[in-house]
Design a protein around this ligand. Structure first.
Ligand code: LLP
Length: 443
């Protein structure tokens, strides 16, 4: 199943896309505004392409999710999956909301700590953590290490014992549930590389309880990303609940269930579960088990909060097609090329936004046919210099960007009410080859 929505219904209009995103508004004079800041003001100052994030949207979403989990009667803790957007300012914002972090590498651990996320609010996921990463996690004394295999458990035990430390371990179980999302971001089927086979979970937990340096405290699952249906969640959490009962029947204590992330967002106008429904699915499976619940959302917290602001370089008319060529490209936002992802594209100018629309392919200047943000998108005539916002680019946007085609990595801005600030400078051209060395025989 593809993550891109069916195209048998007309695309939502710019007005509909804006109305569904509370931090965006179209003003007659200022054009598209994020929080209280006109995107034109940011583009005039910082140039394009530029990523712009709404702090208020991130905060609102974090509170909404935490509130829904609490309302469902869960002792739940939000650990932001920082791979979605790991900028220090974004991490600091979530730290101030009391959220922890879900990390997958030494780099993420160091970033999280640099942003002020306390070690006891950090959980370490990932299918292949190096010994060096495990040692750092133990030195920092992070809250929990999610172990994904018998091999990794043995490695962690050896590392922890040698350091005379005890690792709090959560076993990530592969529940063999298909999340029904794009194949590249499905992680919970038996054939996927992730997690411990379901049938091995209880014996491995018992083994963990006997190993030096290991304290097993719970179970985890993460079945995929951009999940739009609650059914796979219910199935996975039901299977985890069965394991909790089996462990306790065997006399093995367990106090944590890590429910993973993956909650999807409407990029086009897909029906997507609300946090209350997600919390309800967790609570239905786990409410009477007396466990502390961890969730690891990434996309849901930050995706809708960000846009990629770009300028039209030129509009090319050829063979009956119209190509709107932007100064942003697949090196900036790779999701359309990589997952056939649909992102809303909205003109910044109020005049453009209501002008008669005709189909266009929206592309970047990179020398690949895959450098296409949208095909047959109904857009007004967009002349050179016109600006557009590519919506829902707050998650898996800048973090996945590269300097391909020697295109410097774009700047990033955070807006909060009427205030705004650059949170990451645009790369310079000299930055592109900083760190490169000419071998002596070529000098
Ligand atoms: N926990 C674990 C163990 C994960 O691997 C992930 C995401 C998350 C939590 C957060 O998932 P989220 O709530 O953001 O769906 N680049 C892809 C998405 C990759 C997701 C990888 N793992 C995209 O742009 O759609």
């Amino acid at each position: 199943m593809a993550a891109s929505p069916s195209t048998d219904t007309p695309d939502p209009t710019a007005a509909e896309l804006i109305a569904a995103r509370p931090h965006l508004a179209m003003h007659a004079m200022d054009g598209l505004v994020i929080d209280d800041v006109p995107l034109n003001a940011i583009a005039d100052d910082v140039g394009t392409p530029v990523w712009v994030y709404s702090a208020s949207a991130m905060r609102r979403r974090c509170r909404m999710l935490a509130g829904a989990l609490a309302d469902a009667g869960l002792d739940a803790h939000v650990h932001y999956a920082m791979k979605a957007n790991d900028r220090l300012a974004v991490l600091r914002l979530f730290a101030a909301e009391g959220a922890g972090a879900d990390i997958v590498s030494e780099g993420e651990l160091r970033r999280a700590r640099a942003a002020g996320i306390p070690a006891d609010r950090i959980v370490f996921s990932g299918v292949g953590k190096s010994e060096r990463e495990l040692r750092l996690a133990l030195t920092e004394d992070i809250a929990q290490i999610n172990v994904e295999s018998a091999e990794e458990l043995a490695m962690l035990s050896a590392v922890a014992a040698a350091m005379d430390r005890t690792a709090r371990v959560v076993l990530r179980v592969n529940p063999d549930v298909d999340a029904g999302t794009h194949a590249k971001i499905t992680t919970g089927r038996a054939q996927d590389k992730f997690g411990i086979p379901y049938a091995d979970a209880v014996p491995l937990y018992r083994r963990a309880s006997e190993l030096p340096g290991i304290l097993p405290i719970g179970l985890a699952t993460h079945i995929g990303s951009q999940i739009l249906s609650l059914a796979p969640y219910r199935a996975a959490y039901g299977r985890l609940a069965d394991l909790v009962r089996a462990l306790r029947a065997d006399g093995l204590p367990i106090s944590v269930i890590d429910c993973g992330g993956g909650l999807g967002i409407p990029y086009r106008n897909e029906p997507a579960p609300l946090p209350a429904a997600f919390a309800g699915a967790i609570s239905a499976a786990l409410h009477n088990l007396d466990v502390r619940v961890v969730v690891e959302p990434g996309r849901w917290l930050v995706g809708p909060a960000g846009v990629l602001l770009a300028s039209v370089i030129l509009a090319k008319h050829t063979q009956g097609s119209r190509f709107v060529v932007l100064d942003a490209a697949m090196n900036d936002l790779i999701r359309p090329a990589m997952y056939d992802a649909w992102h809303g594209i909205v003109p910044i100018s109020a005049v453009d936004a209501v002008a008669p629309a005709a189909p266009a392919d929206v592309v970047g200047p990179v020398c690949e046919a895959g450098d296409t943000f949208a095909r047959n998108r109904m857009l007004p005539p967009l002349a050179a210099g016109a600006r557009v916002a590519i919506l829902d680019a707050g998650a898996y946007g800048s973090v996945m960007s590269s300097a391909y085609n020697a295109r410097p990595v774009a700047a990033e801005v955070m807006v909060d009410g009427s205030d705004w600030s650059v949170i990451r400078e645009r790369e310079s051209h000299a930055d592109l080859w900083r760190g490169e060395r000419m071998p002596h025989w070529l000098q």
